[in-house]
Design a protein around this ligand. Sequence first.
Ligand code: E4P
Length: 218
Amino acid sequence: MKFFVDTADVGEIRELAETGLLDGVTTNPTLIAKSGRDVFEVLEEICGIVDGPVSGEVTAMDAEGMIREGEKLSKIAKNLTVKLPLTFEGIKACSHLSKQGIMTNVTLCFSPAQAILAAKAGATFISPFVGRLDDIGQDGMQLIRDICTIYSQYDAIKTEVLVASVRSPMHIVEAGKVGAHVATIPAKVIKQLFKHPLTDSGLEAFLKDWESTGQSIA
Ligand code: E4P
């Protein structure tokens, strides 16, 4: 499973890139606002840190405007992926940009039917939001299972399932069980993935015993 980090904070991105585990980045207008930076400037910097896809989202509401913004964003770098909302206009823009060979990420997907539309429009990624479905009492992971099942019926579908709105390590484990291609994860949750109390207590015991030998490997 590929790991993207869901942030526009370059400090977090640089830190995680050092692990060698980072395959890409997703941003959205909320995350750009949180960064307090100019959208073009911050996306360019992020594209220089990570080789993989970096999603930058359009904000126009009509297809023409989205295409214009998408083409402008795509000039930032070759790994810039244009993020488009799952609306009638967004799907129209996705078809257009995909045909031009521009990478696209269709976002705000909340149903399998919507995911079928994105695949038909040639989206590079579909972003189903699991956490926001869980938040309203629905089973977010069921949406991932359904989309993975549908996409796997067709060899022609190349769209990758990008699990979004991730809230906990269990979302990642469940996404892995059904073979989701990518998860975009907040930095805090990526760090939680490393944690296990038995790792901490085991390491503490090993170090204590090692100290008693008086030896050094360094
Ligand atoms: C996806 O690309 C979105 O940026 C993101 O995952 C939304 O997550 P949220 O529901 O935590 O805002």
